[in-house]
Write a protein that binds this ligand. Structure first.
Ligand SMILES: Cc1cc2nc3c(=O)[nH]c(=O)nc-3n(C[C@H](O)[C@H](O)[C@H](O)COP(=O)(O)OP(=O)(O)OC[C@H]3O[C@@H](n4cnc5c(N)ncnc54)[C@H](O)[C@@H]3O)c2cc1C
Length: 415
């Protein structure tokens, strides 16, 4: 697989990285900028969001006419990952969940009038949004066709009754996308509706506590007791709710992965800095083989990650995000298979490249962080001589090994 980015996307990556470094990381480094929910209060974030807008780094997934960047999926992958070098990065660029997935859904399926009313204010950063699907058992969860919340038709309006939970951002959102049952039909029984927080007939029952930092507006349990929605605010047509859920969740699960990759890399950065500085029992942590192996394993997974963020389109084949190219297995819908395959291929290549009886002399591969990662990933699993240059590189000691010849490794695999 070729991970080379086009010059435009690479230049975007560099700009996002520089912006995060200059404007976002300083926010994060001051504890005073964290709210009681370990997130950043809006008033502290607002100036940075304004700067991001001015820099043209705003709403990467949204239409240009509303102020977004309308990037292709490869651009999202790169921008989301760099943005997530900081916890606050995705918020600063208006590409945080659940707004990013909601904007993408509205962009794809809303009518022009609906876009103006419901999408534009989210893209502009004036309001936040929530998607309202999950219900307590026996209602809809992993299987949205089990949704029990129902809508009754009254003239040109619908009245909605039911209960939902784990609704991210509900306490701070103004625009909601709600999935409810409109008939008993197995495939066409669910419809998605749009509503505003000020419409009567619904309430937040509680904010569900979670571990760790919370998105703005928490994760809430909601009750619907006759929420009235007009026909005009049906999204994607009557009975098309299951399709809407697919369109919403497919890319949105992947944008989580893109952000998590960025956060994982940052964790590695922090860990590398720490193990290089911290000593115990007379030596630096970085000089301990077990610590090096753990970090190597993490580096391995981070490297594999982008190759395994396949873009799943309903009923179609996987596209590898990094290049937008189709992979070899048409109609495959298993990212797990893709992941395993990549790992297997990389291991195979390492085995092929490293001699069975290695002679640890003449290593010519002094690697410096962060360039160690790809080679390290190969090295750590099948080749771990105690004097190897790659190990030396991760421990920050420079190339002191005289071991394997990394130049023998073939170029990265293409699938
Ligand atoms: C932090 C957080 C934020 C969330 N935000 C939102 C939101 O904004 N809006 C919203 O509507 N929902 C939200 N959810 C809910 C989330 O979408 C559901 O938790 C998810 O769809 C699973 O539904 P469930 O919890 O009912 O689990 P269940 O459907 O009861 O499933 C339980 C477990 O069984 C396993 N399982 C179920 N089906 C299968 C299968 N087919 N194959 C293999 N294993 C399976 C899985 O491990 C699953 O986790 C959020 C949840 C969390 C934790």
């Amino acid at each position: 697989m070729d991970f080379t980015l086009s010059p435009e996307i690479e230049s975007l990556r560099v700009r996002v990285r520089a912006f995060v470094e200059e404007h976002v990381l300083p926010l994060e480094s001051d504890r005073a900028n964290f709210s009681e929910h370990e997130n950043i209060p809006d008033e502290r974030l607002a100036p940075v969001r304004e700067k991001a807008k001015k820099a043209g780094l705003w709403a990467p997934q949204s239409p240009k006419e509303y102020g977004g960047m309308d990037l292709p999926m490869v651009g999202w992958a790169v921008m989301y990952e760099e943005a997530a070098r900081s916890l606050f990065g995705p918020l600063a660029f208006n590409c945080m969940a659940p707004d990013d997935g909601n904007m993408n859904l509205l962009k794809k399926v809303a009518t022009p009038e609906q876009k103006k009313k419901w999408l534009k204010p989210i893209v502009e950063g004036k309001v936040r949004s929530s998607v309202v699907m999950t219900e307590p058992a026996p209602g809809g969860g992993s299987d949205p066709s089990m949704i029990k919340t129902y809508a009754e038709k009254h003239g040109d309006k619908w009245k909605i009754y039911g209960r939902k939970w784990f609704i991210t951002g509900a306490a701070a959102a103004s625009h909601f996308i709600l999935a409810a049952r409109t008939s008993d039909d197995k495939r066409k029984g669910i419809t998605t509706f749009l509503y505003h927080k000020d419409q009567p007939g619904w309430r937040i029952v509680r904010r569900i506590p979670i571990l760790g930092p919370e998105e703005h507006g928490g994760h809430c349990e909601l009750e619907f007791d006759g929420l009235e929605v007009h026909d005009d605010d049906i999204l994607g047509g009557l009975g098309n709710g299951l399709r809407m859920v697919q369109v919403r969740l497919g890319p949105a699960r992947l944008t989580h992965c893109m952000r998590w990759l960025g956060w994982s890399k940052r964790c590695m950065e922090i860990a590398q800095e720490y193990v290089n500085r911290r000593e115990g029992f007379g030596i630096r942590l970085a000089d301990r083989e077990s610590v090096q192996m753990k970090l190597g394993e993490v580096g391995h997974n981070i490297q594999i990650g982008p190759g395994c963020s396949p873009c799943m389109r309903p009923g179609s084949s996987i596209r590898v995000i990094t290049r937008g190219k189709k992979c070899r297995w048409p109609r495959c819908t298993s990212p797990t298979r893709c992941t395993r395959l990549l790992m297997w291929r990389s291991s195979f290549r390492v085995r092929a490249a490293i001699p069975r009886t290695p002679s640890w002399s003449g290593c010519t591969a002094p690697l410096a962080p962060p360039a160690w990662s790809m080679a390290l990933m190969r090295c750590t699993r099948w080749c771990w001589p105690s004097s190897c240059a790659t190990r030396a590189a991760i421990s920050g000691a420079g190339a002191r090994g005289t071991g394997c010849d990394l130049s023998r490794l073939p170029p990265p695999a293409r699938i």
